[in-house]
Design a protein around this ligand. Structure first.
Ligand SMILES: C[S@@+](CC[C@H](N)C(=O)[O-])C[C@H]1O[C@@H](n2cnc3c(N)ncnc32)[C@H](O)[C@@H]1O
Length: 374
């Protein structure tokens, strides 16, 4: 694929700004953030780089177009008018999936089949074929119909970008990797920092912080769907992976320490850190939050403490917030970043946050509470 094209990167609501910033930093052009996604332009190198380096986006898509579609006719004609043949070859697979929201066309299966028919019709005319065997590379077509405007995309990532390839195993309530990475960014993690997660569970925040501090591209250990596409020369991903390896800073004095009350979680965190290739930068140990203390001149604490869904659990969780309030001293050189779904977190922690940020963990509204004043 030669030349520049438009791409989009869906992300968790509230992470658009961070996702846009990182895309700018890796060289994307015309970056624009909007309601849970970021638009940008670039060539095949940029497509590979965005997949490899996006810490906060959920996936990278080729963005075909947006247009108004209040009727099936409008949806069909608008879809058929797009140059699908630029991407999808004669034998490739092109299943369709998507969502509709606040639109006249409400039925997802109907929209799916109209879009599929329109693409088939377009490709039939272009390739002079009456039948598509669909045995080749995967071009997952994705649509989003919001307020009667449809956006049409082709997914390039495959598994969501939060799947970095290191977490085969998780405990019960792991935080999403993209969100954990965002917390490291929001806490202004220094590359030479001591960071601590006193509720480390399967180790996601420790590992994402280490990847960030060592400048390791989060997608370096996985594959992406578009690597099978004829339009993307294999040399592109090879070169971008080599470039990413060259940018790793193994010699940074960063160290992450994880604690958890559950010995099984400690084992899991250790195994995941090993898989992520950052075990030498991470220590883990069984310890109750009530025995917490931070050592060293400066550093940061980043965590997601348990959240009680049921009343009894909620009371227990709030007891832990109290213990955290006692344990996390206002100490020069240290800052504390906590994510919680509990709207009353600050009351139980005992201090209002110096800064807050609203985020969505999937559909679950939560807040990141940041304490950095002493
Ligand atoms: C929401 S999970 C953290 C998930 C983690 N961020 C991950 O990605 O896997 C909360 C963790 O707090 C731990 N925990 C519960 N009570 C604790 C206590 N008193 N002291 C330390 N850890 C505790 C649980 O074992 C659990 O692993």
């Amino acid at each position: 694929m030669n030349g520049s094209f438009r791409m989009s990167a869906p992300c968790l609501l509230g992470l658009e700004g961070l996702a846009a910033q990182e895309l700018r930093e890796i060289g994307a052009a015309d970056v624009a953030a909007q309601d849970g996604r970021v638009f940008f332009s670039g060539d095949a190198e940029m497509l590979a780089r965005a997949n490899l380096w996006s810490r906060y986006a959920e996936r990278i898509q080729i963005f075909l177009a947006s247009f108004e579609a209040r009727t099936f006719d409008e949806l069909f004609e608008g879809t058929k008018a797009l140059p699908w043949e630029n991407w999808i070859g004669k034998t490739d697979r092109f299943p369709v999936k998507g969502h509709t929201l606040s639109s006249a066309l409400r039925s997802v299966p109907d929209c799916q089949s109209i879009i599929k028919k329109a693409i088939v019709e377009r490709l039939r005319e272009k390739y002079r074929l009456s039948w598509f065997e669909e045995t080749g590379a995967l071009f997952q077509v994705q649509f989003l119909l919001r307020k009667d405007t449809v956006s049409l995309m082709i997914d390039t990532s495959g598994a969501g970008l939060h799947k970095r390839g290191y977490r085969a195993n998780a405990n019960e309530a792991p935080i999403k990797e993209t969100l954990a990475a965002a917390m490291a960014n929001l806490s202004r993690l220094r590359r030479d920092a001591n960071m601590i997660d006193p509720f480390c569970g399967s180790g996601t925040i420790l590992i994402e912080s280490a990847l960030y501090a060592l400048n390791i591209a989060p997608g370096l250990r996985r594959k992406f769907t578009c690597e099978d596409w004829r339009a993307i020369d294999p040399s592109v991903f090879k070169a971008e992976r080599e470039r990413a390896r060259g940018l790793i800073r193994r010699d940074t004095p960063f160290h992450a320490q994880g604690y958890d009350i559950d010995p099984a979680a400690i084992e899991l965190a250790r195994a995941n850190a090993e898989k992520a290739g950052v075990a030498d930068k991470i220590g883990v140990e069984k310890r109750d939050i009530r025995d917490f203390s931070e050592a060293g001149e400066y550093g940061c604490v980043i965590c997601n403490p348990p959240y009680g869904e049921r009343l009894l659990d909620l009371q227990a969780a709030r007891e832990l917030y109290r213990a955290m309030g006692n344990a996390f001293e206002k100490k020069r050189g240290w800052n504390y970043t906590v994510i919680s779904h509990d709207a009353d977190f600050e009351t139980f922690f005992g201090r209002p946050a110096d800064r807050r940020r609203k985020l969505y963990n999937g559909n679950l509204p939560c807040q990141v509470y940041m304490y950095f004043k002493y």
